[in-house]
Design a protein around this ligand. Structure first.
Ligand SMILES: NC(=O)c1ccc[n+]([C@@H]2O[C@H](COP(=O)([O-])OP(=O)(O)OC[C@H]3O[C@@H](n4cnc5c(N)ncnc54)[C@H](O)[C@@H]3O)[C@@H](O)[C@H]2O)c1
Length: 253
C-alpha cells in the first residue's frame, strides 16, 4: 500500500451510491484511490460512478445486497480478476430502522442486523484473504453515535439499529486483534449527518439538532469522508481497533 492511493490502489465502498458512502468515495478519490462502489440502487450507482470518473480516477460499480454472503464472495472474485489487490474496504451500507421493541417484526429485526452487522462480516470475510496475501490493508466500518447513546428517540433509528451499530464496534475491535499487524480495522461513528437516510427528520428538526451540537451545524458526508480517507491511508499506521466519533460534539440525543 502506498501513502496516498497510486494508480493501482483500490478502495471498495459499500452503500457507495449516495450519502456518506459517496462522500467517502470522493475523499478517497481525492487521495488517489481507484474506487469500486457497491449498492442496491442501480441508477444512483451509475450516476455516482460517472461523477467519480470525471476526476480522472478509475471507478466502477456493482449492484449487490451486502447482506448476501455469496454475492460478496462473487463480486470480490470479479474485482480481483481486474485489480491486483483491494487496499481499502469501507463497510458503510445501512438502512434506518425507526421501530421500537413493541412494533418491530422478527423479519425487520433480522433485516437490520443482516444489512448492518452481517454486511460488515460478509464483506470483510470476502476481502480480507486478499489483504492478508498482500500483507496490508485498511478496513473502516461505519458505526454510529447511537452505538453509545442508544437509538435516538423519534429519530430514524431505534434499538435494533443501535444494537447493530454497537455490534460493529465489537467486530471492529476483535478484527483489529485478529488481523494485525497487516490489516488495520477502525470504525467511524457519525452523529447527525444530512443524507437521504435522515433527510426529512433532520430537515424538520434542524434548528433543534444544531442547538445540541457544539459546532452548531449538521454534519455532511464530506465530514465523514475526510476521516475515513485518513484512516484508509497509510499515515495513521499506529491506529487500529479504534472508534472515532465525528459528530461536532453532539450532546443532544
Ligand atoms: N446520516 C446519519 O446521520 C448517520 C449517522 C450515523 C451513522 N450513519 C450510517 O452511515 C451509513 C450511510 O448512511 P447514509 O446516511 O449515507 O444513508 P443513505 O441512505 O444516504 O445511504 C446508504 C446507502 O446504503 C445503501 N444500502 C442500503 N442497504 C443496502 C444493502 N443491503 N446492500 C447494499 N447497499 C445498501 C443504500 O442504497 C444507500 O445508497 C449507514 O451505515 C448509516 O447507518 C448515518
Amino acid at each position: 500500500m502506498t501513502t496516498q492511493g497510486n494508480s493501482s490502489s483500490l478502495a471498495v465502498v459499500t452503500g457507495g451510491a449516495r450519502g456518506i458512502g459517496l462522500g467517502c468515495a470522493k475523499s478517497l478519490v481525492a487521495k488517489g484511490f481507484n474506487i469500486v462502489l457497491v449498492d442496491v440502487l442501480e441508477d444512483e450507482l451509475n450516476e455516482a460512478t460517472r461523477t467519480l470518473r470525471a476526476t480522472g480516477m478509475h471507478a466502477e460499480s456493482f449492484v449487490a445486497d451486502v447482506s448476501r454472503f455469496q454475492k460478496a464472495q462473487d463480486v470480490v472474485e470479479e474485482i480481483l480478476e481486474r485489480y491486483e489487490s483491494i487496499d481499502v474496504l469501507v463497510n458503510n451500507a445501512g438502512t434506518p430502522m425507526p421501530k421500537g421493541l413493541l412494533d418491530i417484526s422478527e423479519d425487520e429485526w433480522d433485516r437490520t442486523i443482516d444489512v448492518h452487522l452481517k454486511g460488515c462480516f460478509n464483506w470483510s470475510r470476502a476481502v480480507v484473504p486478499s489483504m492478508l496475501k498482500a500483507g496490508s490493508g485498511r478496513i473502516v466500518n461505519i458505526s454510529s453515535i447511537s452505538a453509545y447513546s442508544g437509538g435516538v428517540t423519534r429519530a430514524v433509528s431505534k434499538f435494533a439499529y443501535a444494537a447493530a451499530k454497537a455490534g460493529i464496534l465489537g467486530m471492529t475491535r476483535s478484527l483489529a486483534k485478529e488481523l494485525g499487524p497487516s490489516v488495520t480495522v477502525n470504525a467511524v461513528c457519525p452523529g447527525a449527518i444530512k443524507t437521504e437516510l435522515t433527510g426529512d427528520m433532520l430537515e424538520r428538526r434542524s434548528a433543534e439538532f444544531t442547538e445540541g451540537i457544539c459546532l452548531q451545524r449538521l454534519g455532511t458526508p464530506e465530514d465523514i469522508g475526510e476521516v475515513v480517507a485518513f484512516l484508509a491511508s497509510v499515515e495513521p499506521n499506529f491506529i487500529t481497533g479504534q472508534a472515532i466519533t465525528v459528530d461536532g460534539f453532539q450532546w443532544m440525543s
